[in-house]
Design a protein around this ligand. Structure first.
Ligand SMILES: Cc1cc2nc3c(=O)[nH]c(=O)nc-3n(C[C@H](O)[C@H](O)[C@H](O)COP(=O)(O)OP(=O)(O)OC[C@H]3O[C@@H](n4cnc5c(N)ncnc54)[C@H](O)[C@@H]3O)c2cc1C
Ligand SMILES: NC(=O)c1ccc[n+]([C@@H]2O[C@H](COP(=O)([O-])OP(=O)(O)OC[C@H]3O[C@@H](n4cnc5c(N)ncnc54)[C@H](OP(=O)(O)O)[C@@H]3O)[C@@H](O)[C@H]2O)c1
Length: 640
């Protein structure tokens, strides 16, 4: 059961400290701690006892002598300690975790800091014309909150944002969220076994509050836009003269709705997923649109296109279909599972040399050429020849190729030389004049935190990830105890909806928090050996995939030859392997030098709190509640 609501807003410079209020890992970390380290020779038990002497033994069977005698914790076992959790962000991932926390029996205090003035993350920030999901709406939702209101097969951005807002309100999650609170720094304090976090309120850099937590969850998203001069994160293209343009310049991730583009001469730079959605939405409303396309890419039908309209087109649900979503949960679930099955099958396209990859490529090329039949030279320029479908995240393009063929659209393939006061000059010497320039040029995908994130022994995450990020299974980092990441480097982002990934990770994180609470674990972080083994495995496996071919992609930090930041396997492979934490890959620290201190006074909490004392035989009416026994209920079985 989670606690803490917005009523407990921290005052400026007031430490909201669960520990000092006796709320979180209550006794802090006693000087008396145990750390388990994995070594080549097995498990070492090293303890730094309250006698101040480090004792190490290679064989945990041996008795370790301590000057201070051990004493039993005089409380029942599995009462559970309070754990305070902070999430950075209130997008889809954090909302899902909040739901898991709020429905959990564990004693967890939660606060979600969100820098924006609204929740929803991606779907609040990306407001360009045509922003929409490339995953069917019924599969871009959380499994515990199936909406009965989707208006169309591929929902628009505003409809998805509304979905998350409604979900947060209906599930009472809003109370955890502090809007316009930007995390500007986080420091792990080994002596407290806590994260100390600094948060800026609103736009004033001097209005900074402090907070502390046992677990810091980075749910700040991978594709992010941080609209502050201090933390510029979305990317203006690095084109000489960019600042000289006299007209309005828009970025897809920071769309300014007050800019009037209708009826104007417009340029769109880029041909990624954002441009693919923007172009067909601008084209009907402008006299001339020039699209600057520097690279090839596979423009495909949307994910789940077998269940979409003709040629993968979007369609609006009719009244009969809407009635099924509302009134027939079993058919609704069957429908979602059919579509998910199609999404999951896509990993086979990724494997180099597979028949599925060859078929996907042949199909995508023929579809692209068919749609570009009016201007076939465009196909010669943009159909990839040296990488397979899926090397970059596919760019579903309903209406994009068709828009490129319209009379008021020009595709410019000459590389951009510079941006001028009046427009864009290409290397062939032509200066193209515009009223408005749209940069659909993507994000900073370096994964490095843009604020200090300082772990154990002064490790700085931005510094540790200077050349390339490195994670344990995408979720944790050595030297950064109790730091959990959603959508971290090396997750399964290539072929399907992000939301099931968030759900699987949330359940994984909840198991970690449960262990902390029940077994009085104060910190955990992965061993360097485990991270190195993971790196060796993925680096050996990933050359088998299309991601390894020469395309520029955010999967490779925006480079052609960057390290592939993907999970070495399918989504299903990831889900199966993330079912439970592998504690053998972690260094653990307990509140007491004796790891079994939590065994307490020999009773279990269940013996006092009204839960069923013979639950292991099965529950009556599914309720974990101690029944009031009466012999009458079983009298036929009694000997009279
Ligand atoms: C235009 C676009 C379209 C997409 N379409 C799809 C799609 O069709 N299907 C799909 O599966 N995925 C899609 N994605 C990926 C999408 O990002 C994920 O599906 C999902 O929204 C990620 O949710 P999240 O909560 O992890 O991150 P986000 O949605 O990015 O949320 C992170 C939150 O953290 C906040 N934050 C960041 N830094 C701080 C800080 N320092 N302090 C406080 N708060 C902070 C942000 O303001 C944001 O609200 C798309 C991404 C983009 C950019
Ligand atoms: N639901 C959806 O359908 C949807 C919509 C939008 C975004 N997304 C997600 O967001 C990710 C990012 O999409 P995005 O389109 O915003 O970014 P992106 O995929 O990184 O595409 C950026 C585009 O801008 C071009 N570009 C960048 N700098 C340039 C320069 N200096 N000169 C000329 N061209 C330049 C790139 O060319 P190069 O290819 O040569 O680098 C590329 O075409 C997607 O992969 C997807 O995961 C999803």
């Amino acid at each position: 059961m989670a606690s803490l609501s917005t009523a407990e807003e921290p005052e400026k410079t007031t430490v909201l400290n669960g520990l000092s209020q006796g709320a979180t890992i209550d006794e802090k970390v006693e000087a008396d701690q145990t750390e388990i380290k994995k070594s080549d020779s097995g498990v070492n038990l090293s303890t730094s006892g309250e006698d101040g002497k480090d004792v190490e033994c290679m064989n945990s069977q041996k008795e370790v002598k301590h000057e201070t005698p051990y004493s039993v914790l005089e409380e029942p076992n599995r009462v559970g300690r309070k754990i305070r959790v902070i999430t950075i962000g209130a997008g889809a991932s954090a909302l899902n975790l909040a739901h898991d926390i709020t429905t959990s029996p564990l004693d967890i205090e939660l606060v979600m800091y969100e820098k924006n003035e609204e929740l929803g993350g991606t779907w609040f920030e990306n407001r360009y014309p045509g922003v929409a999901c490339d995953i069917p709406s019924v599969n871009y939702q959380l499994s515990w909150a199936p909406s009965t209101h989707w208006s169309s097969y591929y929902a628009t951005g505003p409809e998805i944002l509304q979905y998350f807002k409604t979900l947060a309100e209906e599930n009472d999650l809003v109370k955890y969220i502090r809007l316009k609170h930007k995390v500007v720094g986080a420091w792990w304090k080994e002596e407290d076994q806590e994260w100390h976090v600094k948060i800026q309120r609103g736009d004033d850099p001097n209005d900074v509050i402090d907070d502390r937590c046992n677990v810091l969850v980075n749910a700040s998203g991978v594709l992010k836009h941080v609209p502050s001069p201090l933390y510029l994160k979305w990317k203006w293209p690095q084109i000489p003269g960019r600042e000289t343009f006299q007209g309005p310049m828009l970025h897809s991730a920071a769309w300014d709705p007050s800019v009037e583009w209708k009826g104007k001469k417009v340029a769109v730079i880029g041909s990624g997923s954002s441009a693919v959605q923007i172009v067909p939405n601008l084209q009907p409303h402008v006299p001339n649109l020039k699209c600057f396309i520097r690279s090839t890419s596979w423009v495909t039908a949307g994910f789940g296109s077998n269940f979409a309209g003709k040629d993968g087109a979007n369609f609006k649900y009719n009244e009969t279909q809407k009635k099924i979503l509302k009134e027939d949960p079993k058919t609704y679930l069957r429908y979602r599972k059919n579509i998910e099955n199609e999404l999951n099958s896509r990993f086979r396209f990724i494997l180099n040399g597979s028949p599925e990859q060859a078929a996907a490529r042949a199909f995508a090329e023929s579809e692209m050429r068919k749609k570009l039949a009016k201007k076939p030279w465009i196909a010669d320029h943009i159909v990839p020849t040296d990488f397979a479908v899926g090397c970059r995240r596919p760019t579903p393009g309903n209406g994009y190729l068709e828009a490129l063929c319209e009379d008021n659209v020009d595709v410019i393939t000459a590389p951009i030389l510079e941006i001028t006061q009046k427009g864009i000059r290409t290397t062939d010497g032509v200066e193209h004049e515009f009223d408005v320039i749209v940069c659909a040029t993507g994000f900073d995908v370096s994964w490095r935190p843009y604020y200090p994130t300082i772990g154990k022994d002064g490790h700085d995450l931005a510094e540790d990830w200077k050349d390339a990020p490195s994670t344990y299974l995408s979720i944790t980092v050595p030297h950064f105890p109790n730091y959990l990441i959603f959508n971290g480097p090396f997750g399964p982002y290539g072929h399907g909806s992000f939301l099931p990934i968030a759900e699987v990770l949330s359940k994984h994180f909840m198991q970690m928090i449960e262990k902390m609470s029940m077994e009085h674990l104060t910190s955990f972080h992965p061993t360097e050996e485990a991270v190195a083994d993971f790196a060796e495995h993925r680096r050996t496996f990933l050359p088998r995939t299309a991601w390894n071919s020469p395309c520029r992609s955010w999967f490779k930090q925006g480079r052609v030859d960057g390290e592939i930041m993907m999970w070495p396997g399918s989504r299903i492979h990831f889900f199966e392997n993330m079912k439970t934490p592998r504690w053998e890959d972690y260094q653990l620290k307990y509140a007491n030098r004796n790891r079994f201190h939590y065994l307490g006074n020999g009773f279990s909490a269940r013996e006092f709190d009204g839960r069923d004392l013979s639950w292991y035989l099965g529950l009556l009416d599914g309720e974990d509640k101690q029944p009031v026994f009466s012999r009458e209920q079983i009298q036929d079985l009694l000997v009279v």
